[in-house]
Design a protein around this ligand. Structure first.
Ligand code: GRF
Length: 194
């Protein structure tokens, strides 16, 4: 694969997965360029991380638009202008709507901190601990119209640390930061036009 794949990272939170992907791009482990970070939360820590890494940040707040359709039209226009090929969700806390899905068919990827289909939605680690499971994990999947329901690309199991949410979360994040870059690299190679 010669050309770097242009990606947009969508994030609403701390951005540790963004940082891991940005590092992987710089180190050449991921043959991609992060064209921009798209956030719906201008105060999120990912914005600081992106600025430090000199990656463009675009903050688009849904509340500034009358409808989800209008919000997504603006997002799509920005992505098209930046020639983005893939959308990589990394802690983006919003369901992708039909217009954005149609604009990037099978080209939106998500990472989720559980072994899907167990524990979809918010606070997956808390859900797993509350359920008393001994093993949870990480899933990377293509995004469809559902909540964490698209085709699974990769999974890895993580042992629950004695019902301890924080320590379990640490183990999960450590796995996420490796599995995401590796899965994306395989995906981009598989989809490259020779
Ligand atoms: C990760 O656990 C990811 O799986 C989930 O949201 C979290 C984002 O963490 N979708 P960070 O903002 O990348 O640190």
């Amino acid at each position: 694969m010669k050309e770097k794949v242009k990606i947009a990272v969508f994030a609403s939170g701390s951005g540790s997965n963004f940082a891991a992907l940005e590092n992987a791009c710089r180190e050449g482990e991921l043959n991609a360029e992060i064209a921009l970070v798209m956030t719906d939360k201008p105060a999120a820590f990912v914005v600081e991380r992106a600025k430090q890494a000199a990656v463009r940040v675009v903050a688009v707040e849904p509340k500034a638009f009358p409808t989800k359709k209008a919000f997504e039209k603006t997002v799509i226009d920005i992505l098209r202008q930046a020639e983005v090929e893939w959308i990589v969700l990394a802690g983006y806390m919003r369901l992708i709507g039909p217009d954005l899905l149609a604009a990037f068919p099978s080209r939106i990827v998500n990472i989720h901190p559980s072994l899907l289909p167990s524990f979809p939605g918010k606070d997956a680690i808390g859900q797993a601990i509350a359920h008393g499971v001994k093993v949870t994990g990480v899933t990377v999947h293509l995004v469809d119209e559902g909540m964490d329901t698209g085709p699974i690309l990769a999974q890895e199991a993580v042992r629950v640390v004695d019902g301890n949410t924080e320590m379990t979360a640490q183990s999960i994040h450590a796995i996420e930061h490796v599995i995401y870059k590796e899965t994306l690299q395989k995906l981009f190679v598989a989809n490259a036009i020779n």
